[in-house]
Design a protein around this ligand. Structure first.
Ligand code: ADP
Ligand code: MG
Length: 616
């Protein structure tokens, strides 16, 4: 049923789907429509006023209609014109303002929904997609929605009505003249039918290219140190210029096609007007209509041409927005692979007993998250690739009793980080089971599960904000004393108090004003403050110098007491104290046991240890 809903959503026009977002903003929508209709009604008044004025002025001398009466009539018409001026002023404000409120209200809602949805996706999605590509969807593509409701629906509907009314009025004045003006219209339809698919394609390419630019940009900016040290500025500049030029090309193409249609419309408008002046003048000369009627006809004709002229311009906006919105909806449709269980287990993991049962894992599994490519409109068909993709983890079985210290060792790329990412469900197992306290991790609520697990990752991440905010990330309500205690335990207090602002020091974007070791100690403090049942240390001390490592190691030992711990480590000093050691190689557990048992086996572990001893 879920896939049926998705299929239905996909076929449903983005415009109709967008309409679903109007609900909470219906007041603004109603106001926009009201002012739109008012402006529309007012536009019919002017031609009538001018036509009537002409008739009053050019009417033959008539004792029944003396000069004084004519002046009075003109005065009334002038008053009416002044009144419509006030009306127009209101319309310009109301229509513009309320439409913006409506459009950007919807934009804000979609952005929120998009962000909420992105946060539901597993890491599978984020390791495949470039940050900049995601950024382009949330910031740029959504923005295009703002104009769509108004331009695509309200203006288009009013234009259609305006066209019909104007044609009816024209026909009522002179059917001959009207038909003469309309005779060229089928050609316009033909030109449009031929050109529009091209406008559409160009719009899609335009957005795709913008996503790529955004993706490259974020990458190049975050890799500036690399770019500079390899003096790749010139190359990067050329690459960027190339991408920008391609985008420019698509915009030019879209504009070319779109404005060709517009210019054809304009030609029609002028031919029509000329016809009315010539043929209409002839009719007036032959007494078939008054000069005033002809003037009124011209006025209504111009009203009818308004939608005709706008049509092509609207179409460009419409196609641009539609293709952007379609892309946004495509992201909203991605099914997360790690989902909250339908009926989560009532209790949270408490004891910290962990069991991996024949766990296998592949990164290239066939999931909706891996099928979509944001900077490439083709859907990657990973279904067949998934079958022969290598297993990063191959039937791993291991167990940790509550309070135990488990070490996972093995060469780089063996799958250690991947293995422990499965515990907080950053990914889900491809096959096998992962149990905490005898219950499958997929049966706990995500919040309860993740609250019970602390990770100090290989790459410590620091948010822009103060030192205090960064440490208290897992417990925003923590008191200053608690934050300080955690920092002391992680041996971070010393360097923090060395900053001029202490705990209120603002850390730069991605923690650039901290050294690797300082970053690592902050993330250890963060984990200490969270006080989880199960702790994962992924080479947590790898970027510390020997002296700080010894200090932090002692802090970690305090932290590791009374909870289940998994340590991924290279240093023998850490591994030796473990209750059990698992040696991982190419995704398989090749050996397990205590330090002494493993040494006695004289196998893979012994080789690792010997190598480590050489290094130290
Ligand atoms: P370790 O932590 O033992 O060094 P990892 O668990 O990081 O190893 O990686 C194990 C294997 O999985 C490696 O071969 C690596 O290339 C692959 N891998 C890691 N992360 C990803 C990812 N996001 N997408 C695809 N493959 C990955
Ligand atoms: Mg790793």
């Amino acid at each position: 049923p879920a896939s049926d809903v998705r299929a239905a959503q996909r076929t449903c026009s983005p415009l109709l789907r967008l309409l679903g977002y109007v609900g909470p903003h219906r007041n603004y929508a109603a106001l926009t429509v009201c002012f739109g209709v008012l402006g529309f009604a007012l536009s019919f008044v002017y031609p009538w006023i001018i036509g009537s004025a002409v008739d009053v002025i050019v009417a033959p001398p008539d004792p029944g209609f003396p000069l004084a009466a004519r002046v009075a009539a003109l005065l009334r018409l002038t008053e009416l014109a002044a009144l419509t001026a006030v009306g127009h002023a209101l319309v310009v404000y109301g229509r513009g303002h309320f439409n913006t409120c409506l459009g950007y209200g919807i934009v804000a809602d979609i952005r929120r929904e998009l962000f909420d949805h992105l946060q539901k996706l597993s890491l599978l999605f984020f390791t495949r997609e470039r940050t900049g590509a995601i950024l382009a969807r949330v910031v740029h593509d959504v923005h295009e929605a703002a104009s769509l409701i108004y331009m695509g629906l309200i203006v288009a509907a009013l234009d259609a009505v305006q066209l019909v009314i104007a044609v009816a009025l024209l026909l009522s004045i002179s059917w001959k003249l009207t038909l003469a003006c309309l005779v060229l219209f089928p050609f316009y339809g033909l030109v449009f039918a031929v050109m529009n698919p091209r406008v559409q394609r160009a719009s899609e390419r335009m957005h795709g290219q913008l996503t790529r630019i955004s993706g490259n940009l974020v990458e190049q900016l975050s890799g500036q140190a690399l770019v500079k040290t390899y003096t790749a500025e010139q190359r990067e500049a050329e690459r960027f210029a190339e991408e920008v030029a391609r985008h420019h090309g698509f915009v030019v193409a879209q504009s070319h096609e779109g404005h060709l249609v517009a210019s054809f419309g304009e030609v029609l408008v002028h031919i029509g007007t000329t016809l009315v002046v010539g043929y209409g003048g002839w009719l007036a000369l032959h007494g078939e209509m008054t000069a005033g009627t002809l003037t009124r006809f011209l006025g209504y004709l111009l009203i009818m041409f308004g939608p005709v002229r706008r049509f092509a311009e609207l179409n460009i906006v419409h196609q641009t927005s539609i293709s952007a919105i379609r892309r946004v909806f495509r992201v909203l449709e991605i099914q997360p692979s790690v989902v909250e269980p339908a009926r989560p287990h009532a209790v949270a993991p408490r004891r910290g007993h962990v069991r991996f049962e024949a766990v296998s894992f592949r990164y290239s599994q066939d999931s909706d998250e891996t099928r979509v490519r944001l900077d490439d409109d083709r859907e990657a068909g990973t279904a067949s690739a998934a079958d022969d993709a290598p297993c990063v983890l191959d039937r791993v079985t291991l167990e940790a009793c509550p309070g135990e210290l488990i070490a996972v060792v093995g060469p780089s790329g063996a799958g250690k980080t991947t293995l422990l990412s499965l515990l907080p469900r950053l990914y889900d197992v491809t096959s096998g089971r992962l149990l905490i306290d005898g219950i499958d991790v997929r049966d706990y609520s995500l919040t309860a599960l993740r609250a019970a697990i602390g990770i100090v990752q290989q790459e410590s991440f620091i948010f822009t904000g103060t030192v205090r905010e960064n440490i208290a990330y897992g417990r925003p309500g923590a008191t200053d004393e608690e934050v300080e205690a955690a920092a002391r335990a992680a041996h971070a207090h010393e360097f923090i108090t060395g900053f001029s602002d202490g705990y209120d020091t603002r850390l730069g974007e991605r923690g650039v004003n901290l050294s690797g070791g300082q970053r690592q100690r902050l993330s250890i403090a963060r984990a200490i403050l969270k006080d989880p049942r199960i702790l994962i240390l992924d080479e947590a001390t790898s970027s510390l110098d020997a002296e700080s490592e010894a200090i932090v190691q002692r802090a970690l030992e305090v932290l590791m007491r009374s909870r289940t711990c998994f340590v991924i480590a290279h240093r023998l000093s850490t591994i030796r104290k473990a209750d059990r050691i698992f040696v991982l190689d190419a995704g398989r557990v090749v050996e397990s046991g205590s330090h002494h048992e493993l040494l006695a086996r004289n196998g893979a572990y012994t080789r690792l240890v010997r190598h480590q001893a050489d290094v130290e």
